[in-house]
Ligand binder design. Structure first.
Ligand code: ZN
Ligand code: ZN
Length: 421
């Protein structure tokens, strides 16, 4: 008994992971199709990078002081003694791939998208998983704020197709290497004054990277952070101009937005633009997607000096509020009687499938009544009757399960009917 229950436990999905089963997976597939077709309208192409990378890539890219790197990475040593990490986000992988393959020399637009699992050792909670899934897009080599507005507009186009309503767009600028140091020291000063009110984690951040205090979810820390100086007051001329240009482009595209000076995003690499699209239909964890500009990452990786901008959308979170109706499946169930008819059904299914009709044959000897009961349960659209008489005559019965109407005829005729409906 004990052995039995422990065996059962071992065979469960790992904490923080989730199976996506038929019945739910159709929504994922619809989202994936809509994302692909939307992004291709904007000139994006898919770039698939591996699920794991050298740990160093994320330490360098994501930032050694970010929560993701310090607390949440799935890092392991492989049999060759290398330190590898299951990717916690996608951007560093794309940047690595561009440098490795010198995609910047190809001359094609550097617009990439990707969909797939990411991994973070976060506290599992409702709607949050350790293997979670993102849709990710990146544009490289476009300094102009217009492209930031274009990808925000693209995000809205996709959310619209997914039936996500009630969203708000938050934008900010986090400055650049010229203007952020002054802001960081102002923050450090402000944080030092109220250090005792901060959580242990933020007390550490107050010294290492005070900007990260804005990421803390502890209420007391949020209150303290609300009193901190605003980055908007520290932006250099170039960053100010860039931010103004972004807002003007959002106006052109008729995208309502709110400037949120606390929006610094949880990763170290952002420069200038940061943005989030949040949903009113979700609780505290209400960001559907977030992104921004990372103009220094490629250069910091030892690659060419090429700027980047992009966003990542959480698939689980979006699907929890998306109004998606996956296309209805239309299955032809083949009901056969006897051994000869079984073989004929096998061949008939091959015939219909070759013309794109979804067929199901279950190799269990059933009576006709049981076949229809089963077809009903499976919500098959049609039943093809394959009995002894049908084999002899070469005329089969095709029953429309919704109307109850039955048509008899040779398979070519029935195929024409099936393809019409
Ligand atoms: Zn600046
Ligand atoms: Zn805190």
């Amino acid at each position: 008994m004990n052995e039995d229950s422990s065996a059962k436990k071992e065979l469960a999905a790992v904490k923080g992971t989730k199976d996506i089963l038929p019945g739910e997976v159709e929504k994922w597939q619809s989202l994936e199709v809509l994302a692909r077709t939307t992004f291709e309208l904007y000139g994006f192409r898919e770039l698939r990078a591996p699920v794991f990378e050298a740990t160093e890539l994320f330490e360098k890219g994501t930032g050694a002081t970010s929560d993701v790197v310090t607390k949440e990475m799935y890092t392991f040593t492989d049999k060759g003694g290398r330190s590898l990490t299951l990717r916690p986000e996608y951007t560093p992988s794309v940047v690595r791939a561009i440098i490795e393959h010198r995609l910047d020399l190809e001359g094609s637009p550097m617009r990439y998208y990707y969909m797939g699992p990411m991994f973070r050792y976060d506290k599992p909670q409702k709607g949050r998983y350790r293997q979670f899934h993102q849709v990710d897009i990146e544009v490289f080599g476009e300094k102009d704020a217009a492209v930031d507005a274009e990808i925000i507009e693209m995000a809205h186009a996709l959310l619209g197709k997914l039936g996500v309503a009630g969203t708000e767009t938050l934008v900010n600028s986090v400055g650049c290497r010229a203007c952020r140091p002054a802001y960081s020291s102002a923050l450090r000063e402000a944080a030092a004054k109220r250090k005792s009110e901060l959580c242990a984690d933020c007390q550490r951040k107050a010294e290492t990277n005070p900007l990260r205090i804005f990421d803390c979810k502890v209420e007391a820390c949020r209150e303290v952070a609300a009193s901190f100086p605003s980055i908007q007051d520290f932006l250099c001329q170039e960053c100010q101009d860039h931010f103004r240009a972004l807002l003007a482009c959002l106006d052109v595209l008729k995208i309502p937005f709110r400037v949120d000076p606390r929006l610094v995003r949880g990763l170290d690499y952002y420069t200038k633009t940061t943005f989030e699209i949040v949903s009113s239909g979700l609780g505290a964890q209400n960001a559907l997607l977030g992104g921004g500009r990372y103009d220094d990452m490629m250069k910091d990786f030892g690659g060419p000096d090429i700027c980047g901008t992009g966003f990542a959308m959480g698939i689980e979170r979006v699907l929890s509020i998306a109004e998606l109706v996956p296309p209805q499946k239309k299955t032809l169930y083949l009901a056969y009687l006897g051994d000869e008819a079984k073989k004929a059904a096998l061949e008939l299914a091959r015939f219909f499938r070759s013309y794109g009709v979804e067929c199901l044959v279950e190799y269990k000897d059933r009576g006709m009544k049981a076949h229809f009961g089963r077809a009903n349960k499976l919500q098959a659209a049609w039943v093809l009757i394959v009995g002894e008489n049908e084999l002899k005559s070469g005329h089969f019965g095709l029953k429309d399960m919704a109307t109850g109407r039955q048509v008899d005829g040779p398979r070519e005729e029935l195929l024409a009917l099936l393809r019409e409906s």
